[in-house]
Write a protein that binds this ligand. Structure first.
Ligand SMILES: [Zn+2]
Ligand SMILES: [Zn+2]
Length: 74
């Protein structure tokens, strides 16, 4: 288990599924796409459309591509 990142701030959260522990499985709130009070991730930082996240359940750290703000090339 990694320690929580020093940038982890409970005031900055993101609702993204954790690719490591999948702790939202079976949660009715998450299945409805609502902002669950239990299953959320620390938003460490964001660079363009990339979010740097840490899961408070398993301390997994990963990068999530939101494609938000990305240039469309089609
Ligand atoms: Zn996790
Ligand atoms: Zn949930």
């Amino acid at each position: 288990m990694l320690p929580l990142d020093p940038d982890a701030d409970i005031g900055r959260r993101a609702w993204v599924a954790c690719p490591n522990c999948d702790d939202r499985r079976g949660c009715a709130t998450c299945e409805q796409g609502r902002t669950c009070s239990t299953h959320w991730r620390y938003l460490l930082s964001c660079t363009g459309s990339l979010l740097h996240l840490q899961c408070p359940s398993c301390t997994h750290v990963w990068t999530h591509e939101t494609h938000f703000g990305a240039t469309r090339s089609a």
